[in-house]
Design a protein. Structure first.
Length: 425
């Protein structure tokens, strides 16, 4: 089987979307011939990694827009337009590769967002889309708690997600997909609404065996000196303001709350911590390297993840892999990852009710070292069984075979009807 992957984000030793592109490419290449179309800016890191750890059946093709169209894409500024234009150019590169190689199917891997179309269905071979997410939104009762800027951002995002239904190119992507994979139930519903004929749910997140082994067995916890950890950009929808209020309500004099990450909501959170008189026990550690973040995961006692909409939820998966219990909101990606044996899921009903429920969950876990220990052990088992890249690749390969079999049967049926065969030709 010859597979072309479109992975705009693809880098070794990274988390989030670059890690999805890289790890899925490697895992699939252990089972079939894989070509990956990605950005030229990823070339050096990829080729260094392949020299150190060759993957014989894995090949890369690199493409970027001309430099004149790249200078304005600094950080997140202009990234959506640039990504759209990259997709247009990537189709031309993919067509040239297809003429040379003759792919059996093409699979869009990253970005993991449903609202941007892909042009690769126009290659004329079976097209796999996803897993993609992004349809989950902040529950409307929480909007006032986000502050003015946070509320305006979420309203704009809601409008953008809703407007996706009006995009004819996005509908083309959905309707021409042989299989559309969604990270959450909300996104699955949107893909079906856009016209995707076959939709399945599959998480984007997984870990390699090496990543899981690096955590080792869960470290012992104690009833005193509890360390609570949250990791992520400090944005209003991450719900850190809810976590701070819950931490203050519990009143744990010997507990510390570590916040890893930076962002525009930092000052608002600092003011809130001072107002709640917990600033001496809250450490805002800022942005740290991935290695430092994973080390903090090993050292903490539990992970608190209060994002109001997040299709991925990498932090929850890595926390469970580290053997740490997770408290998360029962929404979006984390709701599909964290089980009753690996953590506590909090209903997102109203800000007041959610704060009270988070505080109760903190009290429960802090006061019960045995529960933390058992959830940590269950978490590692859960990740080993359900969030492994090798198992994910095997599952995808099974889907590839089903799609190709269905396509072959459809083509045979068309050839059996002279009028349809002439129309197809």
């Amino acid at each position: 089987m010859k597979v072309l992957l479109s992975a705009y984000a693809c880098e070794p030793d990274k988390g989030s979307e670059p890690g999805v592109g890289w790890n899925l490419s490697r895992a699939l290449a252990a089972r079939c011939d894989v070509w990956v179309l990605t950005r030229e800016s990823n070339r050096n890191a990829i080729e260094r990694a392949l020299v150190a750890h060759p993957v014989p059946r894995l090949r890369f093709a690199y493409f970027d827009l001309p430099r004149s169209l790249r200078f304005w894409k600094a950080g997140q500024r202009g990234v959506r337009l640039y990504y759209f234009l990259w997709q247009v150019g990537a189709l031309a590169v993919a067509r040239r590769l297809h003429r040379e190689v003759g792919f059996d199917l093409v699979h869009h891997v990253t970005f993991v967002k449903f609202w941007t179309p892909s042009f690769l269905p126009l290659l004329g071979i079976p097209f796999i889309w996803g897993p993609v997410g992004g349809a989950d939104v902040t529950p409307w009762r929480f909007l006032p708690s986000l502050g003015v800027r946070g509320c305006l951002y979420e309203l704009a995002r809601f409008a953008a997600v809703a407007a996706a239904d009006l995009d004819p190119l996005l509908r083309m992507t959905a309707r021409r997909s042989a299989l559309a994979l969604a990270t959450t139930p909300a996104t699955a519903a949107r893909l079906s609404g856009l016209g995707a004929r076959r939709v399945e749910q599959m998480p984007e997140v997984a870990l390699t065996e090496r990543e899981r082994a690096a955590f080792g067995p869960p470290q012992p916890t104690s009833a005193t000196g509890i360390r609570i950890l949250s990791i992520g950009r400090l944005l209003p929808f991450k719900g850190i303001h809810l976590a701070l209020q819950a931490f203050a309500r519990v009143g744990l004099a010997d507990a510390e709350y570590w916040l890893v990450g930076d962002g525009p909501d930092r000052r608002r959170l600092e003011r809130l911590a001072r107002r709640l008189a917990i600033d001496s026990r809250v450490q805002l550690l800022g942005s740290v390297s991935r290695a430092e973040a994973l080390e903090l995961l090993k050292r903490c006692d539990l992970v608190l993840h209060t994002s109001l909409h997040e299709s991925g939820g990498w932090v929850c998966v890595e926390a469970m892999a580290a053997g740490k219990p997770v408290i998360c909101l029962d929404v979006a990606g984390p709701a599909t990852q964290v089980t009753s044996s690996t953590g506590l899921r909090i209903p997102a009903l109203t800000p007041q009710a959610t704060v009270a429920a988070i505080a109760a969950a903190l009290s429960s876990l802090v006061g019960d070292p045995n529960m933390r220990r058992s959830m940590g052990v269950a978490g590692q088992s859960h990740i080993r069984e359900g969030f492994d890249w090798e198992a994910r690749a095997a599952r995808l390969l099974d889907r590839y075979a089903t799609v190709l079999s269905s396509t072959s049967e459809s083509q045979s049926a068309i050839r059996g009807v002279p009028f349809l065969a002439q129309t197809r030709e």
